[in-house]
Design a protein around this ligand. Structure first.
Ligand code: ATP
Ligand code: MG
Ligand code: MG
Ligand code: MG
Length: 563
């Protein structure tokens, strides 16, 4: 017996107009269809319909995590400062952390992610190699004081995440835990009906080595990724940079090293090379601490490469000076191949509003910034390795022109290695009686973000249009008429419910069929079953929400079809 939810008793108030502050489709529709309500910036209330979708996603995630042998736990969200101080993330996270004090002055934070705490849990619970490997997960509320919480539940300051962590004694074990998670994620996103890509990523502030992101292509996405139409290469724009970085140990004979304590600017480098910065000399290779970090171009034109080409090493490197950044939406890029610098150009991404800079980059500490406004969100000097990848750039694997798209990050998997185990001295007794340092992985899925990502990918002009597995009901039965229609609608609903079908039935009195149809389209249950004109003959109309296809069915046929 599945639930039969009557609209007459459901707390849902649909809106005809988009909320004024909503920019993205999912934000507009989830509010208008009565799934979520804004509480304050980046903080949301999940109303009954929204909670159902959220729970359906959690259920799929839970089933697939359980299937790979991960064990569900629930850790606190309110956490003491000390473990995050030990890992340095109390500092590194900066303004992203919600920090608070208790009555005694003790310092706490609201957990943004739980590597530290899980490490301590396993340190407490596991003593021998026999206790490992172990995979633990939770579906829990996370807190991040995001700089620009927008796009509704896509980027909340309070949000639901599934985070899991693996603990192994060997690198092979970690690789296996990672593989299990990767496959579980593939199953999860397939079941959710998500269109997604797996892209290689850099691990940024998390530290560690191998890392992949699960991206859901959508115009509302804040991530930019490149996709090769020819081979299987896909990467976020940061990873492309790294993929093209010079190979360690390769020869770069003509690279000049400039000994300067400051971040080099075009001017200091030009001076070093003995040319005026205003001259046509506009590309420069910069090495900092022995590492090639940048090529700079102060002008906005293609550069004659003839003269400097031989000084440059194979790499994709770039430098943007503070002056170039100010108030511009464009950046410089350069390709350096076997022939020296092959291509240097400015890029203006038309999707970036004037005054913003579409960039990805890493500073000296390996922290990353995206989509940020230069000069406002960071000091340009902090970023030595700023890269933009453009549509048509050659694929690092096969050379085909890359496609560039927007996407929503829905999942992220990391091989953390021993970073946190080192911090907290997480050892277990090995087979030979000696302590072994544990190696870890961490794996996240944005459960609440997935609701919005799916809405983005599936909605149409009429409203939401959920994939079956996560829809708030299987069938939306509409009583379009008077008592006769309502009686039939309720009868069919009860029968469907008894057959295990989840039903939402619009039995509201005094609401016109037109309004009910509009609401049904907006709410987005995959099948709409209407008791209308032919209710007297016990004939209903079944409408597929996605295709709009309609079909007349008798009561028995409808029940047979839908159950
Ligand atoms: P983003 O790049 O979008 O800021 P992230 O890389 O900081 O995300 P992770 O630390 O990798 O996020 O967290 C794991 C998952 O949690 C992400 O892949 C994403 O799906 C989800 N997530 C992260 N931040 C938010 C947020 N503010 N609101 C909703 N979901 C989020
Ligand atoms: Mg983030
Ligand atoms: Mg990210
Ligand atoms: Mg991430």
């Amino acid at each position: 017996m599945a639930q039969v939810q009557r609209m007459s008793r459901l707390m849902v108030k649909t809106l005809r107009d988009d909320p004024a502050d909503a920019e993205t489709l999912s934000h507009k529709l989830l509010v208008r269809a009565g799934y979520v309500r804004r509480n304050s910036a980046g903080i949301w209330t999940w109303l009954p319909l929204g909670k159902k979708v959220l729970d359906n996603i959690s259920r799929v995630v839970r089933e697939e995590m359980d299937a790979i042998g991960a064990q569900e736990v629930l850790l606190p969200a309110l956490l003491p400062k000390e473990p995050y101080e030990a890992s340095a993330r109390w500092e590194e996270y900066g303004d992203l952390l919600f920090r608070l004090k208790d009555r005694k002055g003790g310092e706490y934070l609201l957990g943004p992610t739980h590597e530290e705490i899980f490490t301590l849990v396993v340190k407490d619970q596991a003593s021998s190699y026999k206790d490992l490997p172990v995979m633990l997960y939770q579906i829990q509320t996370k807190y991040r004081d995001e700089a620009r919480p927008r796009s509704g539940v896509l980027r909340g300051r309070e949000f639901q995440m599934k985070d899991s962590y693996s603990f192994d004694t060997t690198d092979e074990g970690l690789a296996e835990s990672y593989r299990l998670h990767r496959e579980a994620y593939q199953k999860i996103f397939a079941r959710l009906g998500m269109d997604y890509r797996i892209v290689s990523a850099v691990s940024g502030a998390m530290g560690g080595s191998a890392s992949e992101e699960f991206l859901a292509p959508a115009a509302a996405g804040e991530d930019t990724f490149v996709d090769c139409p020819n081979c299987d290469y896909a990467a976020n724009t940061e990873a492309v940079t790294f993929a093209l970085k010079p190979v360690e140990g390769a020869e770069h004979p003509a690279v000049e090293e400039l000994d300067t304590p400051d971040t080099p600017t075009i001017e200091t480098l030009a001076e070093h090379l003995g040319v005026p910065a205003s001259a046509t000399l506009k590309n420069l290779l910069v090495k900092v601490d022995g590492e090639i970090v940048a090529v700079g171009v102060p002008g906005d034109r293609e550069v004659d490469l003839g003269k400097l080409g031989e000084h440059l090493a194979p790499a994709v490197v770039e430098l943007v000076t503070a002056e170039d950044f100010e108030g511009r939406a464009d950046l410089v890029r350069g390709y350096v191949g076997p022939q020296g610098l092959e291509k240097v150009r400015y890029i203006a991404d038309p999707r970036v509003a004037p005054g913003t800079s579409w960039i990805t980059g890493a500073n000296k500490e390996g922290k990353h910034a995206k989509n940020v406004v230069a000069g406002r969100d960071f000091q340009v000097d902090d970023y030595l390795d700023v890269v933009v990848v453009e549509e048509g750039d050659p694929c690092p694997k096969c050379g085909t022109g890359l496609k560039l798209d927007r996407a929503i990050e829905i999942g992220h998997i990391f091989q953390l290695g021993r970073k946190y185990a080192d911090t907290f001295q997480l050892d277990v007794l090995g087979q030979n009686g000696k302590p072994v340092r544990v190696t870890m992985g961490s794996y996240g899925i944005g459960v609440s973000r997935a609701v919005a990502a799916l809405a983005e990918q599936t909605a149409d002009e009429q409203g939401l249009c959920w994939p079956k597995e996560i829809a708030p009901a299987d069938v939306h039965v509409v009583a379009a008429g008077k008592a006769l229609q309502t009686e039939l609608a309720l009868e069919v609903s009860e029968k469907l419910g008894a057959a295990g079908v989840r039903v939402l039935v619009d039995d509201r009195a005094g609401v016109s069929p037109g309004v009910k149809f509009t609401d049904a389209e907006l709410i987005g249950v995959p099948q709409i079953l209407v008791a209308g004109r032919r209710a007297g003959d016990r004939v209903l109309e079944l409408k597929d929400r996605r295709t709009g296809e309609r079909e007349e069915l008798t009561v028995d046929e409808a029940i047979a079809r839908l159950s």
